[in-house]
Design a protein around this ligand. Structure first.
Ligand code: AP5
Length: 214
């Protein structure tokens, strides 16, 4: 069992690689972004509360996301967890350490997907996902098939996120540098951090992650 964090700014490719790891290694992806979007789609009170915050590109409170993660960790995962977009603050990182310890689990690796900010605008503004299965596409680097069907599940439901625009991205990046990037030092000091080049092709990034996981 391997538990890892994928760490990187918006558009670094965390979700893309997490999906591959769930398919290839039977790991469980815990994306707080996906959980929050699901809460919005279900029309829950929490979902309504966070909708504007997410659209603006700001972080929701630690209390909310730690609660979401606590529930999922309690369900367990034989193949291990991939934490995607969590933790994002030092408070969340401390909470994750405590939650894992309570379950008798540990963190095996924190993988920084390092990217150049200039590349992120194109990645974010070109992104779409399949409404049927969540497969991640990009207008240029991973376009939908000519028949408009998802290559994974056959759905034709193309979704674009409300926060995938240049204005929200500026705020998301600022939030990343102010609140999330200190985690690089935090995990480096703990001896858990490995950095890989997130600007390489999807396949090369996949190989680099495989090398870290062994
Ligand atoms: P979240 O959903 O976590 O978004 P994010 O961190 O901004 O990350 P993204 O999903 O935008 O990017 P990604 O790194 O997964 O990239 P992807 O693989 O899709 O969070 C959204 C919001 O929810 C936050 O802003 C916040 O408000 C809230 N939130 C979530 N978690 C929170 C927390 N813990 N605390 C507080 N608030 C929280 O790739 C992007 C595109 O690039 C795709 O089109 C893909 O096809 C393409 N691509 C990927 N890899 C490559 C490659 N190697 N080469 C070329 N193209 C590539």
């Amino acid at each position: 069992m391997t538990n890892i964090i994928l760490l990187g700014p918006p558009g670094a490719g965390k979700g893309t690689q997490a999906r591959h790891l769930t398919d290839s290694r039977g790991m469980v992806q815990l994306s707080t972004g996906d959980m929050l979007r699901e809460a919005q789609a279900n029309g829950s009170e929490m979902g309504k509360k966070v909708a504007d915050v997410i659209a603006r590109g700001e972080l929701v409170t630690d209390e909310i996301v730690i609660g979401l993660i606590r529930e999922k960790i309690a369900e367990g995962a034989e193949g291990g967890f991939i934490f995607d977009g969590f933790p994002r603050t030092l408070g969340q990182a401390d909470a994750l350490g405590e939650l894992l310890a309570e379950m008798g689990l540990s963190l095996d690796a924190v993988i920084e997907m390092a990217v150049d900010d200039a590349a992120l605008v194109a990645r974010i503004t070109g992104r779409s996902t399949c409404g049927g299965c969540g497969e991640v596409y990009h207008d240029e680097t991973k376009p939908w098939a000519a028949d408009g069907k998802c290559t994974n599940c056959g759905s034709t439901d193309v979704k674009r996120r409300a926060d995938d625009n240049e204005d929200s991205l500026k705020t998301r990046l600022m939030e990343y540098y102010k609140k999330t990037s200190p985690l690089l030092g935090y995990y480096y000091a703990k001896g858990d951090l490995t950095s890989i080049d997130g600007l390489s092709s999807m396949e090369a990034v996949r190989d680099d992650i495989a090398k870290v996981l062994g």
